[in-house]
Write a protein that binds this ligand. Structure first.
Ligand SMILES: C[S@@+](CC[C@H](N)C(=O)[O-])C[C@H]1O[C@@H](n2cnc3c(N)ncnc32)[C@H](O)[C@@H]1O
Length: 235
């Protein structure tokens, strides 16, 4: 079994070459994120991979930070930033946990976490840290692989694949769980947003309250008219 760091380092070059899985849904996610940004915003992209999202967001804010566990992913991201002459992006290498102290609490206008929450060892602590890092009113936009509602027995499959070095550690969670954990962490306006992606992708927009927040009306499930790749899962 390889460690997750080795897994992602080994995958980096192939990941950089691989086309985005669902380009239409990805563009909708980027549009939603850009629309939340203002030119003064400082944004963190957690699990930034080869920097695709960070580099797309950079023209819409004052500075974008990308963090990734894998030095090979970051090597490619830094190369892409140089090739594209983007100078308002900083890439950091390391895990997103309490050891990450390069940005101070309350310093960020927005945080993105695309295809990463299901990979973290301690998701609840990560959500608490994300909440702390944001300024009041800051946005948190995540896209998470949610295999928990599928009929496919992913847990044993992933265990075998991990032993063979073909998968990293993956938490099998439902979209509902992701939303509920964000609400528990203190986020408001938590909105499971339909971007036309597969039902196993949970795209959730949320924010840190800008003032003391009362009541429990902080959870919304929104459905646009976009088609789903697969049938909607049970809620
Ligand atoms: C599926 S890729 C997603 C990359 C990018 N966000 C995207 O949407 O294309 C997951 C990324 O998360 C990184 N990663 C995995 N565990 C991590 C952790 N604990 N802290 C920071 N990054 C992590 C991996 O190195 C990998 O680049």
């Amino acid at each position: 079994m390889t460690t997750d760091v080795e897994f992602w380092n080994n995958l980096a070059d192939a990941y950089a070459r691989k086309p985005v899985d669902d380009p239409d849904a990805f563009e909708r996610k980027i549009t939603i994120t850009k629309n939340r940004m203002t030119p003064d915003d400082v944004v963190l992209d957690i699990g930034c991979g080869t920097g695709s999202l960070a580099l797309r967001l950079a023209p819409h804010g004052s500075h974008v930070h990308g963090l990734d566990l894998s030095k090979e992913m970051i090597r490619i991201a830094v190369g892409k930033a140089a090739a594209q002459r983007v100078d308002n992006v900083t890439f950091h290498t390391g895990p997103f946990d309490d050891s990450f102290d390069e940005l101070t609490d309350g310093s960020l206008d927005g945080i993105c976490a695309f295809s990463i929450l299901h990979l973290l060892d301690d998701r609840r602590s990560a959500l608490t840290k994300i909440f702390r890092l944001l300024k009041p009113g800051g946005f948190f936009i995540s896209s998470t692989v949610c295999l928990g509602d599928s009929l496919v027995p992913y847990r044993p499959l992933l265990t075998v694949m991990r032993w063979l070095g073909k998968a990293p550690r993956v938490a099998v969670i439902s979209r509902r769980t992701v939303v509920e954990e964000m609400v528990s962490a203190g986020f408001v306006g938590v909105t499971d947003t339909d971007v036309g992606a597969k039902a196993t992708i949970g795209f959730v927009v949320a924010e840190k309250p800008s003032i003391a927040h009362r009541g429990s009306a902080n959870l919304r499930i929104e459905h646009s008219g976009w088609p789903r790749g697969t049938k909607r899962e049970k809620r």
